[in-house]
Design a protein around this ligand. Structure first.
Ligand SMILES: [Zn+2]
Length: 140
């Protein structure tokens, strides 16, 4: 069940995201799969408060739609600046919320096809090929 069915779903999700970030550890695969991007994300998680503060402010700023999406920003997918990098808000919500490190071919996918949406229960990840299939499905 989506954590956003209840009124305080966002607070519950933020608490879980904080736990995920605070318990993040580089595992034995980290060195094997090391890329600049993965190092950047790992350092973001290890710094803890910056990611947590940003997640909290993004989630609180988002507006809920009738479809249950949480839209952040005025139009299109909104970018944010964090630790010297510009990324999409939904990328921060997905990777930092789950404390997962993306590999080069990993993309965050919107199950709801709404790129403004940052509702964690509408986000999943897959390959760029999956993402193109989503786009074709959305257009058909
Ligand atoms: Zn959505």
């Amino acid at each position: 069940m989506s954590p956003f069915e209840g009124g305080d779903g966002i607070d519950v999700w933020i608490t879980e995201a904080c736990t995920n970030i605070k318990t993040f550890e580089r595992d034995e695969l980290f060195d094997l799969l090391m890329t600049e991007t993965r190092v950047w994300w790992a350092e973001l998680f290890e710094a803890q408060s910056e990611a947590i503060d940003k997640l909290t402010s993004i989630m609180n700023e988002a507006a809920k739609t009738q479809d249950g999406c949480l839209e952040f920003g005025q139009k299109g997918a909104q970018r944010i600046s964090i630790r010297g990098k510009r990324i999409y808000a939904y990328q921060l919500v997905y990777w930092a919320g789950n404390a997962l490190l993306p590999s080069a071919q990993d993309v965050v996918r919107h199950k709801c096809h709404n790129r403004r949406c940052i509702n964690p229960s509408h986000l999943t990840h897959g390959s760029q090929a999956d993402n193109r299939l989503d786009e074709l499905e959305r257009r058909s």
